[in-house]
Design a protein around this ligand. Structure first.
Ligand SMILES: Cc1cc2nc3c(=O)[nH]c(=O)nc-3n(C[C@H](O)[C@H](O)[C@H](O)COP(=O)(O)O)c2cc1C
Length: 259
């Protein structure tokens, strides 16, 4: 009779168990991938709606998202483009043909894609209600990703929603606290001369300062994260970010070409 405890038998059983487990894990990974991608897309849509101030609990996200137009913009010209094969920001930033290294790089992101996404929310009459811009920058530990929504004046913040980061919970991680995000609503980015003056304070914005409209409270004990957030807004709304696009859209709105 064959010895059950022989080395050969033990190896056979171990290899067999490994093979069965490998097949189960690989099958699960492959079959769940489309579901994971769907969930990721839905989470992004939810955050666009939240930044825009459109989301209400219980809402059907993909239905609500139908009033949002996704467009692709060329940063340098500020014009809409329609790249053949679409645009994937995650892939594009790794591709030297679709992105470039930044010099200066105040946002600490290394590279910027040539194109970027914008989301346009319209009301029931088809009028432009919000412009939502994906933005990101490096904080203390991590790259922080957010959607920043602007009112149709393209200068007043309608909302912000941070949806991915690795800052410390309770410190820099407070960027995802809805109460802190509420403090952004109504803040402005540029002054009446067009200078980009928005800033994130160190701690609370002092009472009664004349430029309070351009300032949001910093996060206590997280000055480096707060600085990253300020740099993020200044970079992406500046000349190397969505600045040329927003200036062009502003002209078209004033000329009555955009409803
Ligand atoms: C465990 C640990 C986690 C921290 N996490 C953060 C963080 O997420 N963001 C941040 O800006 N500072 C964080 N800090 C604090 C920074 O090291 C630094 O002291 C701080 O940002 C300086 O700003 P302050 O003057 O507000 O303390 C952390 C410190 C420790 C010890």
């Amino acid at each position: 009779m064959k010895d059950k405890n022989s080395i050969g038998n033990i190896i056979n059983v171990a290899v067999g168990v490994c093979l069965v487990c490998a097949v189960i894990v690989s099958t699960a990974a492959v079959t769940l991938r489309p579901l994971q991608e769907e969930n990721r897309a839905s989470f992004r849509q939810l955050n666009v709606l939240q930044a825009a101030g459109i989301y209400e609990p219980g809402m059907n996200v993909s239905e609500a998202f139908q009033r949002i137009d996704r467009r692709i913009v060329e940063f340098d010209t500020g014009e809409y483009v329609d790249p053949p094969g679409g645009f994937d920001p995650v892939r594009a930033v790794r591709d030297p043909a679709q992105s470039r290294a930044l010099t200066g790089d105040p946002a600490g992101i290394g590279r910027r894609t040539h194109y970027g996404e914008v989301f346009l929310a319209r009301d029931e009459a088809g009028r432009l209600e919000r412009v939502i811009l994906p933005v990101h920058a490096y904080g203390l530990w991590s790259t922080m990703y957010a959607f920043l929504a602007l009112e149709p004046d393209l200068n007043t913040v309608a909302g912000i929603s941070f949806f991915e980061h690795g800052e410390t919970p309770g410190l820099g991680g407070e960027i995802e606290n809805p109460r802190w995000q509420e403090g952004w609503v109504g803040r402005r980015i540029r002054d009446s001369d067009g200078n980009l003056v928005f800033r994130v304070d160190r701690g609370r914005t002092p009472e009664g300062v004349p430029d309070a409209d351009y300032r949001v409270d910093g996060l206590s004990g997280a000055t480096i994260t707060s600085r990253g957030v300020e740099n993020m807004v200044r970079f992406w709304l500046g000349d190397e970010g969505y600045g040329p696009y927003l200036a062009g859209l502003q002209r078209r709105i004033q000329a009555g070409e955009v409803m």
